[in-house]
Design a protein around this ligand. Structure first.
Ligand code: GDP
Length: 474
């Protein structure tokens, strides 16, 4: 997501060193403008961005000048400008005072509207809601059927009285859908409507008719981010013609250069509420402008990573592991397996890696990450007996040969995994024992190591006489 723009920003920032003159700041604003235009951001938005940035630099010039780290101050100003351009605060879903909350989905054909309807319903269901999907796209061939399939796979009720494919009245279906939801006590209704290949009067009229018949609480315009600034232009036309409350950006996993996300809020005056990042039903998130800015600036998205980890690891399991660790019990293959299971729930490894800071320039490595390695590791552990998983010391030659046969892997792979696991176990023990050389993230600072202990561990003296004198305390 936004790799190219992220790389550009990283390289523009790497050119900032030491004191920064006014001329350098002007040049910097220009470089950013060029990067935005090359990422398919609408010209007017790129111009405004760089003008507002220059203004911010001006207002903060004293602070930039006296700062011991001007690049950091400049980073903060660029970040705040980016957050502002992406919409400022996170837009959250508005609930109707009297349920059901009715959401009308609109957008061009192929934007990913029907897929999105399923994702949104699943997202709401995961939060304890009872959404109903209403199939009012009666135009696109197979749209009704597609919604039924999406609903079925996600365990969501679908109201689809018409087969569609050009037949039926979308206004009647939408109205009947709301009535059905009230009768069956669904607290959310998501109405999928027909799109066209372009914004035309017929499309607008149909949406206006549906809108006026059901007075939705939220109208979302779904746009394909891969179309860059064209997405913003389409959204603007639709906003002028019909109006909507918020934008949903789809296909952000594709080669989106950032144009759509960075242009759309400025051009329509409406926020982005959700982002779709893949074809799977779970590839869907609330859109956070601050997290997106952080990703564009190469700082990753640790907040999302932490959220995903929290939702993937059941609280009980996390607590159990923590207790085990505190009690000094061994980390076992059983624990390892439950961690692998949690990682599977968190989604694809390459997507997770993309959330880490500094990965803007690692597109190739991330794409080449071998997801099947995790599958192979799981297969090996699953071929172990409970005794072997909880007590890896019993893994002798014949047991390893049996596991190899059971998992369809070579004995050398079993050996390698057991070795790696042994090292991890040892490391965990060291951390607990307090002899870890560095603080480990999330585990707090290690206990202080006694000076005598450090000295006794020292194996060699420095060859440099000056250094050796310091080492020896002379
Ligand atoms: P609709 O015409 O707007 O209802 O579009 P669909 O929901 O049928 O989606 C069109 C195509 O885009 C389908 O092949 C979807 O699988 C695909 N698609 C939808 N959302 C995403 C996304 O976020 N990422 C990717 N890569 N593909 C998507």
């Amino acid at each position: 997501m936004f790799e190219a723009l992220g790389q550009r920003f990283t390289s523009i920032f790497s050119g900032l060193r030491g004191k920064v003159s006014q001329a350098r700041l002007d040049q910097f604003s220009e470089e950013i403008k060029t990067a935005l235009i090359e990422s398919d951001v609408a010209l007017e938005v790129a111009n405004r961005f760089s003008a507002q940035l220059a203004e911010k630099f001006n207002q903060n010039s004293d602070e930039i000048n006296i700062s011991i780290n001007p690049a950091q101050k400049i980073y903060e100003l660029v970040n705040s400008q980016l957050v502002q351009t992406l919409g400022g605060a996170t837009r959250r879903l508005k609930y109707a005072k009297n349920p059901p909350t009715v959401i009308l989905l609109t957008g061009l054909q192929g934007a990913g509207k029907t897929t999105l309807a399923g994702k949104l319903a699943k997202y709401l269901k995961n939060d304890g809601n009872t959404p109903l999907l209403v199939a009012a796209d009666l135009q696109r061939p197979n749209a009704v059927n597609q919604l039924k399939v999406v609903g079925e796979s996600a365990g969501i009720a679908v109201f689809a009285p018409e087969v569609g494919n050009g037949a039926g009245d979308p206004v009647a279906v939408a109205k009947a859908g709301i009535k059905y939801a009230v009768d069956k006590v669904h607290n959310f209704v998501i109405v999928d409507t027909a799109g066209r290949t372009g914004i035309d009067d017929l499309l607008m009229k149909q949406i206006i008719d549906v809108r006026d018949a059901i007075t939705p609480d939220e109208i979302f315009f779904v746009v394909d981010a891969m179309t860059g600034q064209d997405a913003a232009k389409t959204a603007k036309a639709f906003s002028d013609g019909v109006g909507f409350d918020a934008v949903v950006l789809t296909k952000l996993d594709g080669d989106a250069r950032g144009g759509a996300a960075l242009s759309i809020v400025e051009m329509t005056g409406k926020p982005i509420i959700f982002a779709s990042t893949g074809e799977k039903i779970s590839d869907f998130t609330l859109f956070h402008p601050d997290r997106m800015a952080s990703r564009i600036l190469g700082k990753g998205d640790i907040a999302s990573l932490a959220e995903q980890a929290k939702s993937a690891i059941p609280e009980q399991a996390a607590q159990k592991l923590e207790e085990k660790f505190a009690k000094g019990e061994d980390f076992t293959f059983e624990d390892f397996l439950s961690q692998l299971e949690a990682m599977k729930n968190m989604g694809s490894m390459s997507k997770l890696m993309g959330l880490l800071p500094g990965t803007a320039g690692m597109k190739k490595q991330i794409e080449n990450f071998d997801e099947s390695e995790l599958v192979r590791t799981r297969a090996i552990i699953e071929s172990m007996t409970p005794l072997e998983r909880n007590n890896p010391k019993v893994l002798n030659g014949s047991r390893r040969a049996r596991i190899a046969r059971g998992s369809g892997r070579a004995v050398s792979e079993i050996n390698a995994l057991v070795d790696r696991f042994g090292q991890a176990q040892k490391m965990m023990k060291q951390m607990r024992g307090g002899s870890m050389p560095m603080p480990m993230a999330g585990l707090g600072s290690p206990p202080k190591i006694a000076q005598s202990n450090v000295k006794s561990k020292k194996k060699s003296r420095s060859g440099n006489p000056a250094k050796r004198a310091i080492e020896e305390g002379n």
